[in-house]
Write a protein that binds this ligand. Structure first.
Ligand code: NAD
Length: 494
């Protein structure tokens, strides 16, 4: 591939005036306890950790660390609420509570968006337009299912499972909580949720909202802490279902822990999606699609298009246009409405990304980074691409979870599919072409749970989501997502 485009000069564009979202309306307490049985309570060992803003490194709050005895209290509260209240309540009444959570999220959307951005580092545009509206949409969608379960699985004899233990990662904190809590409640289960340690705040705000809407105590419990808290929840003998979203390594250890028990489980794990661009695709749209797939949200997306496979005849043109577009991306204050690229979620994640940049260079990759001034405080990584990548390179095979794109070329559709499928993952993918027939051919050959055609990273509560191979087991979302929270007398096969 020619690298002549590396030396070309691009117009750096014009500067926008600052447009920061106000934080005046947001209340973050100095300290948060554990949400158990409808109340915030102190952790039994009195331990807390600090959560800070990754864009400024300023402390936002202190968060309780739940030990085993706290997790036990939470599971007991969930069991009691399940036996005495939630499983006995008519489904249409359960639905009303779930609707109220959805409405509450809509009413307080601005507050939730700002806190999500302050705690996680993602651009406010993302939290405001994607995370919070989609979280509300999931509660609306599953509220609608609560009294129609027998229509979703006719003749299957569906029953709730009991207590669901749910563990979520830091990249979509409230949205992942909604993905898990909404179907669990709709199916008549009660919940103990553990948010990720760097982004617990919106889950704790959700706990406040749950108090405000009068959900019966114990139906949703939220325990904060790191891996040990999650492990205590996984190992608890009175939990009927584990729903985990996070890394493949932790997913694997959870499978070991629950092997031989009767716990039902779903695992939503890592990804290394390929975006495949054919020569007949509209190049400008495809470039925008690539930017959306990997750079927006700093590549902190499990289904991010972290690999680009571009047909050889258009590779130079496309990479040139991609670089041009990278020059115009705005990196900086995540609370600014014009910001495209926010902060990396934590020091540890930034270190991991930087180590992959070194690996990419050592592997012989040709690195290009968007020229931008990084803020003096906080954790930042400019949008980065590597060309000249080989299939065996670690940058092509391993999940980085940062704004780093590994680019390869291909000549035929068959070669593109072989390369796309040749990683341990199978979560998502994208195809860009003008030809409908090629879309059908390639999308059905890709071993990935979700494949987008001429778009990327589009989500909807009605659509199932999940992976093949090391990307996980089970589906969340849509009617498929209900079956993960139900026992069936007759196997329905969904
Ligand atoms: P992680 O696996 O480190 O942590 C995820 C959650 O598990 C956190 O709440 C953490 O505290 C908890 N945890 C850690 N060790 C545990 C243990 N031994 N037992 C139980 N819980 C434990 O992942 P992360 O760094 O927070 O998130 C990034 C990962 O999540 C990426 O691999 C990404 O692809 C994946 N992810 C997948 C999806 C999906 O739907 N497939 C969605 C979002 C993120």
């Amino acid at each position: 591939m020619s690298d002549a485009h590396n030396t070309l000069k691009f117009d750096t564009g014009w500067q926008y005036a600052p447009a920061p979202e106000s934080t005046d309306h947001v209340r973050i307490d100095k300290k948060y306890g554990l949400f158990i049985n409808g109340k915030f309570t102190a952790p039994s060992q009195g331990k807390y950790f600090t959560t800070s803003n990754p864009a400024t490194q300023e402390r936002l709050s202190r968060i309780a660390i739940a030990g085993k005895s706290d997790v036990n209290r939470a599971v007991k509260a969930a069991r009691k609420a399940y036996e005495n209240v939630w499983s006995k309540m008519p489904a249409r009444e359960r639905a009303k509570y779930i609707f109220r959570i959805a409405r509450g999220l809509q009413e307080r959307a601005r507050e939730f968006s700002v806190i999500e951005t302050m705690d996680g580092g993602k651009p406010i545009r993302e939290s405001r337009d994607v995370d919070i509206p989609l979280a509300a949409a999931h509660f609306f969608y599953y509220a609608g299912w609560a009294d129609k379960l027998e229509y979703a699985f006719p003749g299957a004899g569906v029953k709730s499972l009991g207590v669901a233990g749910q563990i979520v990662p830091w990249n979509f904190p409230l949205l992942m909580a909604a993905w898990k809590i909404a179907p669990a409640l709709a199916c008549g289960n009660t919940v103990v949720l553990k948010p990720a340690e760097t982004t617990s705040l919106t889950a704790l705000k959700l706990a406040e909202l749950i108090q405000d809407i009068g959900l019966p105590p114990g139906v949703v419990n939220i325990v904060t802490g790191a891996g040990a808290t999650g492990a205590a929840l996984v190992d608890h003998p009175d939990v009927n279902k584990i729903a985990f979203t996070g890394s493949t390594a932790v997913g694997r250890s959870i499978m070991h822990s629950i092997a031989g028990t009767e716990k039902k489980y779903t695992l939503e794990l890592g990804g290394k999606a390929a975006n495949i661009i054919f020569a007949d695709a509209p190049v400008d749209q495809a470039v925008e699609g690539v930017v959306n797939a990997i750079f927006f949200n700093q590549g902190h997306v499990c289904c991010a298009g972290s690999r680009l496979l571009v047909q050889e005849s258009v590779a130079d043109e496309l990479i040139h246009k991609l670089k041009e577009r990278m020059h115009t991306l705005i990196l900086g204050n995540p609370l600014d409405k014009n910001t495209d690229i926010g902060a990396i979620n934590s020091r540890a994640q930034l270190d991991k990304i930087n180590s992959y940049l070194k690996i990419g260079k050592n592997e012989g990759g040709n690195m290009f980074q968007a020229p931008c001034t990084l803020p003096s405080k906080g954790y930042w990584c400019p949008p980065t691409i590597f060309t000249d990548m080989a299939q065996s390179n670690r940058l092509v095979q391993e999940e980085i979870f940062g704004p780093v794109l590994a680019i390869q070329t291909f000549r035929t559709a068959a070669e593109a599919v072989t390369k796309a499928n040749n990683t341990p993952y199978g979560l998502s993918g994208g195809v860009w072409t003008d030809k409908g027939s090629k879309i059908f051919k390639v999308t059905s050959a890709l071993k990935a749970g979700v494949v987008w055609a001429n778009t990327f990273n589009k989500f909807d509560p009605t659509s199932p989501f999940g992976g093949y191979k090391e990307s996980g087991i089970g589906r969340e979302g849509g009617a498929h997502g209900l079956s993960a929270y139900l026992a069936m007398e007759v196997n329905h096969g969904r």
